[in-house]
Design a protein around this ligand. Sequence first.
Ligand code: ADP
Ligand code: MG
Length: 273
Amino acid sequence: MDKYEVIGKIGKGSFGEVSKIIRKSDRKELVWKEINYGGMSEKEKSQLVAEVNILRELRHPNIVRYYDRIVDKKNAKIYIVMEFCAGGDLGSLIKKKQKSRENFNEDTIWKIIMQLCLALMSCHQREKGKIIHRDIKPGNIFLDENFNVKLGDFGLSRIMNEDSIYAYTHVGTPYYMSPEQFSDGKYNEKSDIWSTGCLLFEICALTPPFHARTQAELALKVKEGLKERIPKQYSSDLQLLVNAMMTVDYNRRPSIEEILRNPFISLRIKENQ
Ligand code: ADP
Ligand code: MG
């Protein structure tokens, strides 16, 4: 822990505080996320270790980079040292836009979605077993100082091996929860595509695609599918992508490979190389 200097608190996460730190050796700005494991069962603890191990292996320019972990046994805390994303999270940015009644321009939206798709590709196509994020939402998408997108918070993802294409879940952000999760609690990598579609809708409309007062009401609406259009200043190409990602039947919903073949996305990938 004495390798780092704490600069100050950035925010409060569900398991503890997030702080900005500096690595003394080279003065690099980083953050650490404190996780209090004191109240966890043995099973939860081993799950936590497994999750931190996933983080370590994920190296992609559009995924929040993991650097180190520090275990503080005395206080039952783990500190996860990660890349500092100076632009904060997309959730805060959407709120700011909402307040100022200002929309994202379409080019920015394509850039965000293209980078997010690259991040998902590296998870869903991972050689050592695919990783499903399971909690794609504005608060888990970070931005660096150059407005590059970084997918973060893999806290809820699990390594899926060959014989468990499906897994049961009781977690998930209700607003972005997929029809298949509502129907039978099952999810697969296509559920990440659904939530990315919801996210794309929200970036355009500055409000989520479905509104409901209860989870049951939300489930009904989600299973009926998207009825609304994104604001009319956006192209029909963008609308078509939202519709494809939000296909109710996950068998007909495109995979990440198929989405990356969308000419509007593949063109941007080429331009960025
Ligand atoms: P959790 O999801 O565990 O509840 P969050 O990831 O939402 O916690 O983190 C809490 C706060 O810290 C948020 O305001 C978020 O924007 C900020 N934050 C988290 N990770 C980073 C990071 N790598 N760089 C900059 N800010 C971060
Ligand atoms: Mg989070």
